[in-house]
Design a protein around this ligand. Sequence first.
Ligand code: PLP
Length: 450
Amino acid sequence: AAVTSADEARVRRDDRAHVFHSWSAQAQIDPLPIASAQGSHFTDYEGRRYLDFSSQLVNVNIGYQHPKLVAAIQEQAGRLTTIGPPFANDARSEAARLIAELAPGDLNRVFFTNGGAEATENAIRMARLHTGRQKVLAAYRSYHGATAGSITLTGDPRRWPSEPGVPGVVHYWGPYLYRSAFHATTEQEETERALQHLRDLLMVEGAHTIAAIILESVVGTNGILVPPPGYLEGVRAICDEHGIVMIADEVMSGFARCGEWFAIDHWGVTPDLICFAKGVNSGYVPLGGVVISERIAQTFDDRPYPGGLTYSGHPLACASAVASIEIFKDEGIIEHARSLGAEVIGPGLRELADRHPSVGEVRGLGVFWAVELVRDKGTREPLVPYNASGADAKPMNDFAAACKQRGLWPFTHFNRTHVVPPCTTTADEVREGLAILDEALEVADGFTTG
Ligand code: PLP
């Protein structure tokens, strides 16, 4: 049935009266009611169509309403909608086998969760019990989720209101050459100094007290920070030397986003635990999990793992993961993501960087790109301050509004806009989106001082 403005009014009214939204001052928001979505676009009740350069929260990797994925969920719903974690179930077994086959090395077991935060939370618990140590090193400029442990791991301002958080988390600086914490001027220096910083931290914290080092293989929301050559290999070596569990948080970077099944495959590094969610089934049904190495799994061979969730391995979610992985393979989506990055997004963004005074740097891979906006290319002063809000955030808010007016839904965070459409977006759709970015960047250019 056609949607009407009366439908829209009711959605809006009930939302404003009864829905309590994430991360928001409830009286200051006005969420846009969405009527439908297809492919790389969603449509509001006025019939305005938006090209989604954000993939919602960077999770709709396969695009909206993929018919085979919808059919798989319908088929599973008709057969068996729910069965608890103590039983074995065909959808769950198959999803676990497929994910284990995709994961590097001997990461062969999957603990299923409902999303990313529960994945990082359980990965930390496994690492602590496996090593008998308590402390965890987590990066600044990171996001690992919003539950008690995962928000403590998080290295961005979303952690601040929850502090002091859970005990035993120590933060470190990861590599980020454009704003190097180590005054490095080359990738090689950045790698060497970032690794030395970790070694120094282990010295003063006591390496034997550290259970795990957790990192996003490619940092997502906090900047699409692609690690320079040698960094992840170096972290792996440090972990091996000191018996520390290496946890790769691939919640945002996995499942085609970086043009690989897991982003860490780029560097051929095998972590001990991988956290996944989002792209595994594009969020059609909530799902996440931890892929576990044989060695860590064996810790719990004769000792119960003290953790669980009513919906761990939910059949609807697992059936959608199975179908999604099959679609990725059948339609060559990993390869498509890789070539979109190499042939369309990367070159397109570099061209924008050349022409716009507000673009300080573009970086990324696959369908995972950041455009870093600055006041002045020479000083690299960010277009808005770190964690800007209110009037300080005006340049970014104006930029985002200019995108939306032109039918592009952008992802913005602090002084960056990320180019993270579904991994199934066509090259032509990406070019349309880049053309809109080109126009909207003129708004950002207006705030430059260089
Ligand atoms: N880890 C990373 C790297 C993420 O990007 C996110 C979400 O954005 C999470 C964990 C948390 O996932 P969720 O929101 O599903 O709990």
